[in-house]
Design a protein around this ligand. Sequence first.
Ligand SMILES: Cc1cc2nc3c(=O)[nH]c(=O)nc-3n(C[C@H](O)[C@H](O)[C@H](O)COP(=O)(O)OP(=O)(O)OC[C@H]3O[C@@H](n4cnc5c(N)ncnc54)[C@H](O)[C@@H]3O)c2cc1C
Length: 288
Amino acid sequence: MRRLEVLEAEGVTFVCNTEVGKDLPTETLMKDFDAVILCTGSTRPRDLPIEGRDLKGIHFAMEFLTGNTRTLLDGKPSADYLSAAGKDVVIIGGGDTGTDCVGTSIRQGCKSVTQLEIMPRPPESRAANNPWPEWPKIYRLDYGQEEAAALFGDDPRAYLNTATRFEGDDEGNLKAVHTVQIQWAKDEQGRFSPQNIPGTERVLPAQMVLLAMGFLGPEQPIIDALGLEQDGRSNIKAEHEQYTTSIPGVFAAGDCRRGQSLVVWAFNEGRGVARECDRYLMGATQLP
Ligand SMILES: Cc1cc2nc3c(=O)[nH]c(=O)nc-3n(C[C@H](O)[C@H](O)[C@H](O)COP(=O)(O)OP(=O)(O)OC[C@H]3O[C@@H](n4cnc5c(N)ncnc54)[C@H](O)[C@@H]3O)c2cc1C
């Protein structure tokens, strides 16, 4: 709040609870402002369209995390709150979003938590193709898995594992997840793809599944409303360091430009796009 107050005192106006393209037409935005910077993030979740996907109890990670955060901030359960209390929870996806689901499920009082990760367990020390000064891609316990290990005795991640189908009861409620171990092998086109290993099937009891398998790109409505060009991965097309889109005066930065990424990149791109927007408005810039 202190930081927000500093920005407000500097002349920034924050307009909350307003979705551009819905509550505020993009035409108004383009008419009222000389430049527009889009930082709308990469929030379209990857789905898992296997048998039983429609059962009650299967949610995208962000539905679960958003309702939880809203409840904490409001101090009372929000209408969209999803509770993991007393449930066997299976989280599909082993990234940062999956980690937040592990930590949140535990703090809500889940009965058990399992995290399926399709990639292999990283090595304990750097591989030969990952030398210093690259970021070391090694096995780590993030906070969620650390809490799970402290409570249930083990890292909840099952590597090289995926779900094959969801099983429900007579009332359409999720009751189990069928899983299988996979191996990465070349397919007919010579591309590495996951292949099921026969005889490794398991059935995990589950009353809640959280899908945390990454994000496919930015939300489409605002892109369509403005008529912006997109790149091959559906992100808003704009070069790094330039941030200019196919429409003059409209810039894009952060996850909506580069795809789901990291906070450090959001900082980097936020500073870069501010510089380029200043150059566009003033003809020159002194911003770094
Ligand atoms: C669950 C989760 C866990 C993560 N954990 C980590 C982590 O541990 N470390 C790390 O470095 N990164 C993590 N990330 C990634 C990181 O959060 C993002 O890379 C970063 O927040 C991207 O910043 P951004 O400003 O580009 O977009 P965002 O932070 O996604 O912000 C986009 C904003 O735009 C708003 N918006 C979208 N459309 C509209 C519209 N039409 N009108 C008005 N507003 C709109 C959204 O409401 C949102 O507030 C995580 C991401 C998720 C989802």
